[in-house]
Design a protein around this ligand. Sequence first.
Ligand code: PMP
Length: 419
Amino acid sequence: MSSKEIISMISKPTLYDVEKIRSDFPILQTKVHGKPLVYLDNAATSQKPITVITKAQEYYSSMNSNIHRGVHALSQVATEAYEMARIKIKNFINSLGKNEIIFTSGTTESINLVAQTYCRANIKEGDEVIISEMEHHSNIVPWQMICDEKNAKLKIIPINDEGEIIFEEFERIITHRTKFISVVYVSNSLGTINPVKQIIKLAHQNNIPVLLDAAQAVNHIPIDVQELDCDFLAFSGHKIYGPTGIGVLYGKINLLDSMPPYQGGGDMISKVTFEKTTFNELPYKFEAGTPNIAGVIGLGEAIDYVTNIGIDNIALHEKFLLDYATEVIADIPGLKIIGTAKEKVSVLSFVLDDIHPHDIGTFLDFEGVAIRTGHHCTQPVMDRYGIPATSRASFAMYNTKDEIDILIKGLKKIIEVFG
Ligand code: PMP
């Protein structure tokens, strides 16, 4: 079957109004170097709908006040909005209770929190922690740090040429000394969706808790933490159309309860004397100091926005974009896709002959096309493929087929110029 025939078979979701969605994102009207912005760097951060932007602004213009401690009206309104966002997130990921939702500054902090509390308390010399070869640096370095401190061993699940976890290797490296497993749900540099339910099942058969790095999953896949049965789950607001500097750690209540606090300070205490301090109840035990209130409220609004469109509808639209892009990009001579897993989200990493990804990114920028080039904070993935970097186009709910055509046109021009 020719690629044209395949493209015509790729069905477009019908009731999805991408132009209406685009009109909600003011930045998409921007021109770059005189050309309309084609924003394909969504895996790095997504753009924000106007409702999120105005909500964060509304907090500062009509509610600004510190939360939890005030008896005055503004403090109560701000506290209510902040706690409402927690409930929205609880519902979005279907956790059992709102006290399982901890606000952090992002995925990075959420993972560090678990490494520095749960693992510092539970990992001993000679124990093992397992991660995969496709982790983001933020799901490698915190585990290296705690393993170094405890003289524990960090074990790595290898990936195959397609960029999929080799499950038999995972089964092989689990031992009675394995005390924690932390894996990425969706790879940011390959797009692979990992078989996390299977991973969790096997881990639990061995009484090992699992953390899922859901930074690249939460905006593409419906997440149900009860169904997944994960012990911890981390994500960042800015990847799901919310503000930067805000993220979430979900943890099972019994685990969170058993963990020592992460940081000490205001709000995380019940009573302080110089002799002894007792800690606040969950989730406040893990939220020391004045939090990113505008960020939390903005994230709640982003969750509303995504919920209204429907994560399933978004996933369908993005699958259409990924299938189309994968098909048409294959016609570019000398181009090789890095990450060809059977289960993928809308992330397309590639190398193009000997042309350096940095040159590709710079050239495309002059065409108005924003992609990401480099190692994507996954240097071990680059080592696995023996390359220094890739170019990565990543699609979101507001991208279009026409934008993919502009990307392809740009890549064809690059070949002409670079020969
Ligand atoms: N994990 C993955 C898979 C990511 O893609 C990212 C962000 N690129 C992170 C973790 C870290 O997220 P943040 O920088 O928002 O903490």
